[in-house]
Design a protein around this ligand. Sequence first.
Ligand code: NAP
Length: 336
Amino acid sequence: MIVRESVPLASLSTLRVGGLARYVCEAASEADVREALAFATERALPWRVLGEGSNILPSDEGFSGVIILMKSRGIEETAREGGVLLQVAAGESWDGFVEYASERSLWGVENLAGIPGTVGASPVQNIGAYGTEVRETIRSVTVLNTTTGAIEEIATEACGFGYRESRFKHDPSRIILSVTYELSTAALPRIGYADLARAKEAGVPMDTAMEIVSAVREIRARKFPDLRVYGTAGSFFKNPVLPVRAFETMQETYPDVPSYPATDGIKVPLAFVLDKVLNLRGYQKGNVALFEKQPLVLVSHAGATASEIDAFAHEIAQKVFDATGITIDREVRTFP
Ligand code: NAP
């Protein structure tokens, strides 16, 4: 296990902000994770787990504890009728895994190409994009129960998956060590989602899983900020689900508001509200802005601080509430 001291959270997060972490323990194996927990216990320090830090807003105050940075690698394949089970180490790059699978013509995760973060983070918020969610391919999640020390294999049905939701978001006592996916050897292209269907219409090839990966990456590159250029954590807020009555009221004022049926109401793209209702596309204050090409995405420029981002996000949420009465939730999580 590699231990580093006084590490800027800015270097561990894609928003590139935050103070110092007292210790960072890089864990490349289950044994390392146990060693890191013992390291924290010996010093009576709190601990937190991090992957690539692509969905967090780190605190300017830093973290006076131990960060367990998941660095484990490895993909184990077991053949099944019609498919393959792949047990993937939590520290693997998500997009690297998507490419690994799609290059081998294994179907099921190709629409989720280009999402930053680790494999271990994929079940936490049940990542989803272009008409699919990762829960559709997850068969189980292997965790270390830090209360009992036992390894547990949690079946999909017990993961509490919902829209950008799972039990792992609310249970920090279990550390995800690996995720097992079941992918199909039979071609299963799902290209009905508007952006993909449009690309297909325009002649973009989408017959193989890898072709879909390329198409998704190209669509994302046009709409989402390049992590190498901007500080960002992708969509900062969740798209709101409105009660039917509230949606109808909104529709009276904005007849062209897009809408999608959801389990408990009607989902409205927040980007529409920010752009068409509030005119906030590209809105900037200090070093923080809503991304010009997709206003749901917040970007931080050099010199930004976590408190500046936090204040900016509060301001946006307040503007949305004042104009529409909609309360929006953050998708990005405060760290620690
Ligand atoms: P978009 O295609 O402009 O769609 C905006 C919103 O409309 C999303 O909430 C999307 O729901 C919903 N929507 C569009 N077509 C739909 C359909 N046929 N059925 C149900 N809902 C539909 O979204 P975007 O901003 O360009 O993002 C592209 C995709 O990447 C989306 O799926 C988005 O959710 C995903 N994404 C995920 C994350 C994340 O997991 N953190 C971050 C950024 C983008 P869905 O969200 O259910 O697709």
